[in-house]
Design a protein around this ligand. Structure first.
Ligand SMILES: NC(=O)C1=CN([C@@H]2O[C@H](COP(=O)(O)OP(=O)(O)OC[C@H]3O[C@@H](n4cnc5c(N)ncnc54)[C@H](O)[C@@H]3O)[C@@H](O)[C@H]2O)C=CC1
Ligand SMILES: NCC(=O)COP(=O)(O)O
Length: 330
């Protein structure tokens, strides 16, 4: 079957010593009515499939051929060459450029309309930096590569969405980074994408404070009074339903969550532990505010599981499902 309406997704296979290649091999057994292109070194996928005992047919992706859904157990590879041979579980900084090349190809393909969305499997942030490449995450790299000033990281699992005001920053830098302008931009992006991409007409967003007990009226910190409340007041004056700042230790109570479409946390480890406690392995990471669609798994490279067959593909499946939903918004 060929069909111009068949979406074409691209998956980046991530850190080659991690579980990204395993997941790319595993997802081939579950075809969708979609064309899925995997960016990887074909030999890496072939070797990993052999290690996992999974039979796959690896074909080179032809961008000029008509779009058609993948056949069962078929992987369409957009090839990139590894710089060095890979042993599962063993990082090698000489392959960092390979990882970045895959991301660059995916972004470029999305921007040119070759792909409808990109889905990323995990990279190892440390080894990329060890190679001398400044890198703090896909989120920041994709913003840079698409020339986007501000993006927002949001993770979602069943009945919980958690967005972050800041992403990969040392804790010590967070208070100074959270300014009124930053919150204004983050909140506008979050609100707009909840409407445009998730079909919510008037999303209600609960916002965490930065300090314990949201500052306890200024006795435990003044950011709530001086920065967060004024920023939220401006948004509320425009008719947007932002509630807070609320204490982060009680914002995730079931009663509160029932009334919320999303929670905005001030920093990575304020919001993500809760999300991952609820949905680790089945959740999705979405970059809001990009001119392209990008979803990702909720987990890291899990080096110790690479090539063992013990990695679960639940989060990759969710990331693929979300990408498809975002291509055809409600
Ligand atoms: N989107 C991305 O590229 C992400 C990359 N990372 C990177 O991953 C590296 C390792 O991070 P960690 O904190 O150790 O987190 P991790 O998610 O790799 O591992 C945490 C625990 O979860 C298990 N686990 C992870 N994914 C699994 C899966 N699919 N199936 C079964 N078990 C799974 C691991 O075995 C480990 O016990 C770091 O360099 C980090 O920067 C972390 C999160 C996201
Ligand atoms: N904990 C989520 C995470 O760090 C993902 O980061 P990114 O690589 O998607 O920017």
């Amino acid at each position: 079957m060929t069909d111009h309406a068949v979406p074409r997704l691209v998956i980046t296979s991530g850190e080659p010593a991690g579980i990204g290649p395993d997941l790319c091999v595993m997802q081939a057994s579950r075809p969708r009515n979609t064309q899925i292109v995997t960016i990887a070194d074909p030999d890496l996928l072939r070797n990993r499939a052999r290690q996992l005992g999974i039979e796959v047919t690896i074909k080179t992706f032809d961008p000029n051929a008509p779009k058609r859904p993948n056949r069962k157990d078929e992987i369409l590879v957009h090839p990139v060459s590894l710089r060095e041979q890979v042993t599962p579980g063993l990082l090698d900084s000489r392959n960092a450029a390979y990882v970045i090349d895959m991301l660059t190809m995916a972004v470029d393909g999305c921007q040119k309309g070759l792909f409808d969305a990109m889905i990323t499997t995990p990279v190892h942030k440390g080894i990329i930096n060890d190679a001398g490449i400044t890198f703090s995450g896909h989120t920041e790299l994709l913003a840079e590569q698409t020339g986007t000033e501000r993006v927002v990281m949001m993770l979602a699992t069943e009945s919980l969405r958690v967005a972050l005001a800041t992403t990969h920053l040392p804790l010590a830098k967070i208070p100074a980074t959270i300014t009124g302008d930053l919150l204004d931009e983050v909140c506008h992006i979050l609100h707009k994408d909840l409407v445009d991409k998730f079909g919510l007409t008037s999303p209600k967003i609960l916002v965490c404070g930065l300090n314990p007990h949201a500052g306890e009226d200024g006795h435990l910190g003044r950011e709530e009074i001086e920065v967060i409340t004024p920023a939220l007041d401006k948004l509320r004056a425009k008719g947007m339903d932002f509630v807070g700042p609320l204490p982060a230790d009680t914002i995730f109570n079931p009663g509160k969550l029932e009334e919320a479409d999303a929670i905005l946390a001030m920093y990575h480890d304020q919001g993500l532990p809760v999300l991952k406690y609820k949905g680790f392995g089945e959740a999705v990471n979405i970059t809001l505010g990009l001119p392209i669609i990008r979803t990702s798994v909720d987990h890291g490279t899990a080096l110790e599981l690479a090539g063992t067959g013990l990695a679960h593909a639940g989060s990759l499946n969710t990331a693929l499902d979300y990408a498809l939903d975002m291509i055809r918004p409600v």
